[in-house]
Design a protein around this ligand. Structure first.
Ligand SMILES: Cc1cc2nc3c(=O)[nH]c(=O)nc-3n(C[C@H](O)[C@H](O)[C@H](O)COP(=O)(O)O)c2cc1C
Length: 247
């Protein structure tokens, strides 16, 4: 398999890519739902593994209760799929545990500090760790979406180790310069960044400067209009300061 990416949406030299999605127990399940929704549409196959902690966080954040033995695509993205395969994190004999099973790479989103430490140190104590280890040793693409704050020097050193091994580190840190109006906008901005690093380009939110070649001034003007209209201040439907309401 040729694993180079040609830059078109969901296409790798004309064919649809095959990705592994590892989901670990960090905060950020809305990213997972949106990412899986899009990967299901554009990939030939998506091989998905949730850690036990991820299932716990999924229940806390999305109210979706799933068991490792009964993973359900419909419960996650609202439809069944023949291209999404689920594995137990204990199944160290799964296809994705071997380098001979060809994939374009693996994305771990969100990435807990526990799994970050395991992958950075080559531990292979579950399927997510092992699949990531395989992707690194085979020189395939590893996209990591760590989420924790604040970060300790242990976390930072583990990320540096992996960045030096060609992993793409995409912290779950959505920006505000595209004037998000809803949480969905923030999720989409983050997911677009993740997909970009996977070589899958999708216009989920307007890209900076996309509407005009030298878009800087225009965007600043747009942002200040939003501010004066109080839009940024009510991003989550809550006024930030009393004087915003009085204006
Ligand atoms: C609701 C909830 C939110 C959590 N958020 C984070 C987080 O943002 N980052 C993190 O590193 N760990 C977080 N944790 C802790 C991890 O889930 C925990 O360290 C777990 O052992 C990670 O296991 P895993 O890497 O196998 O998924 C959270 C736990 C819970 C229950």
């Amino acid at each position: 398999m040729n694993t180079s990416h040609d830059g078109t949406f969901g296409s790798t030299n004309g064919r649809r890519p095959i990705w592994i999605l590892g989901v670990t127990g960090a905060s950020g399940m809305p990213y997972v739902i949106r990412l899986l929704d899009l990967l299901e549409q554009c990939c030939e196959e998506v091989h998905v593994v949730f850690s036990e902690a991820a299932l716990r966080v999924l229940q806390e954040e999305q109210g979706v209760k799933l068991r490792p033995a009964r993973m359900d695509c419909e419960a996650l993205i609202g439809r069944k799929s023949r291209s999404v395969y689920f594995y137990s994190n204990r199944d160290i004999g799964a296809a994705i545990a071997s380098g001979s099973f060809l994939t374009d790479g693996m994305v771990i989103a969100p990435l807990s500090m526990g799994t970050l430490g395991a992958v950075a140190n080559g531990l292979c104590s579950n399927l997510i760790h092992r699949a990531a280890d395989v992707v690194i040793k085979e020189g395939r693409r590893l996209v990591l979406v760590p989420r924790e704050t604040p970060l300790s020097s242990i976390h930072l050193e583990n990320m540096l180790t992996l960045a030096r091994n060609q992993a793409r580190i995409v912290p779950a840190m959505p920006g505000f310069y595209q004037n998000p109006e809803t949480i969905d906008d923030l999720v989409d901005m983050m997911v677009m960044k993740i997909l970009d690093q996977m070589g899958i380009h999708r216009e989920l939110v307007p890209r900076w400067g996309a509407d005009r070649p030298s878009g800087g001034e225009h965007q600043v003007e747009k942002a200040s209009q939003h501010l004066s209209q109080g839009r940024v201040a009510t991003v989550f439907g809550l006024p930030m300061r009393e004087e915003d309401e009085e204006r």
